[in-house]
Design a protein around this ligand. Sequence first.
Ligand code: ADP
Length: 175
Amino acid sequence: MQKGVTLWFTGLSGAGKTTVCLEVGRLLKLRGLKVELLDGDKMREQLNAGLGFSKDDRRKNVATAAYVARLLTRNGVIVLASFVSPYKSMRESARASIGSFAEVYVRCPLEECARRDVKGLYKKAFSGEIQHFTGVSDPFEDPEFPELVLYTDQETINQSAARVMEYLKTNGFIG
Ligand code: ADP
């Protein structure tokens, strides 16, 4: 059995949102459950092509994602949404519009994210080649009351994914 819910993964670039979502998605699919992944980068390539990283464009990107997540969630799908979504107000709007929602703070120190530098973006952000980069030249507002916090500098990917699965079970979203 499953109940629709959106797990909203927020955190710095390179914190591990996509990686953990992929693993949780794999585990849910193994159980034959309906799951969909929404990803900030993919959103910007598809539905939101042309949006930049100003506060207003970030708001639009998150709002579009929240709308899609709402449609899926109300049809019983488990949505794993991976968005830097640095502003508290935008995450709270997503929560209000989706209803069945849990905020998962993928917490990793900036220094570790920059060390991983998965996409080579921190190097460019520190040199000034890229502007408005979250954590470097743009703010990240820490979640105040996230339902779950993953410490990806201290846990393995499997441990983080297992904690998400446990959350879904404990809260009755999966059997
Ligand atoms: P984001 O989606 O938050 O930008 P990614 O998932 O693309 O981040 O990148 C995170 C990187 O950190 C990956 O290379 C991943 O293998 C690595 N990593 C190391 N430990 C962990 C962990 N415990 N959880 C998630 N990612 C981890």
